[in-house]
Design a protein around this ligand. Structure first.
Ligand SMILES: *Cc1c(COP(=O)(O)O)cnc(C)c1O
Length: 214
């Protein structure tokens, strides 16, 4: 990853690795922690709670990032556990997160997920709705720090990464979570500040696993 940053003419310190630990066994997480990794991405609130709640107290510098879809009725659990929620993807969630933050006195930083390919099966706001969504969340006192996207699997990702970077720039947002195992080099060239890496780090996941709402 540092290599990809240097190849893109960027400071390696400007790109953070989010280790996507979903579905990994405890030993794999122990190994990642022993290797010094401290930024972890999880897809499901409950799975993350089970895996991380016990480890958290001993890891003051841990950063937990939610990268999977969030249901409104899990907003409180998510606000309690995560430092960053990358999947603010619809208006209804703004209210749910704002009340959870007020109730718990804890306000995770947020990324708005943009459905850059406007795919029906994918979460995220349409690119044309992103500015309004960011403004709405800010108006409710939430901290919107950046944007996240998962480009369509069957297209070259660079146009999607470039679109995300443009939306971030016009909204004054500094964080761009884009790029996964297969396309992180392109994402880094186009300005990613966070790449979300699962299989390239941990090996293949259980093939039976399909991301879903929980
Ligand atoms: C699983 C997942 C990743 C990691 O994908 P890999 O291809 O294994 O690197 C990144 N982002 C999201 C949102 C994911 O669900």
């Amino acid at each position: 990853m540092a290599e990809a940053a240097r190849a893109a003419g960027r400071d390696p310190a400007s790109v953070a690795l989010t280790a996507v630990s979903k579905t990994q066994p405890p030993e794999a997480i122990d190994d990642a922690l022993a290797a010094g990794l401290r930024v972890f991405g999880e897809n499901r609130v409950q799975e993350a709670q089970g895996r991380w709640a016990g480890r958290r107290p001993a890891l003051p510098d841990l950063e937990m990032r939610l990268i999977g879809p969030l249901q409104s009725n899990k907003a409180e659990d998510a606000v309690a556990l995560f430092d960053v929620i990358e999947t603010l993807d619809r208006q209804k969630l703004v209210g749910a997160l704002a009340s959870a933050a007020a109730k718990l006195g804890r306000s995770p930083r947020l990324l708005v997920q943009v459905n850059t390919g406007e795919e029906d099966q994918k979460a995220g706001v349409a690119p044309r709705d992103a500015d309004a969504m960011i403004a709405m969340a800010r108006a409710q006192g939430l901290t919107v720090e950046g944007l996240m996207a998962i480009p369509p699997a069957d297209e070259a990702p660079i146009l999607h990464f470039a679109l995300l970077a443009r939306i971030a720039e016009r909204n004054g947002l500094s964080t761009l979570s884009m790029g996964m195992s297969a396309d992180y080099e392109a994402a880094i060239r186009l300005g990613a500040t966070h790449v979300r890496i699962g299989s390239a780090l941990f090996g293949e996941r259980n093939p039976g696993f399909a991301p879903s709402r929980d």
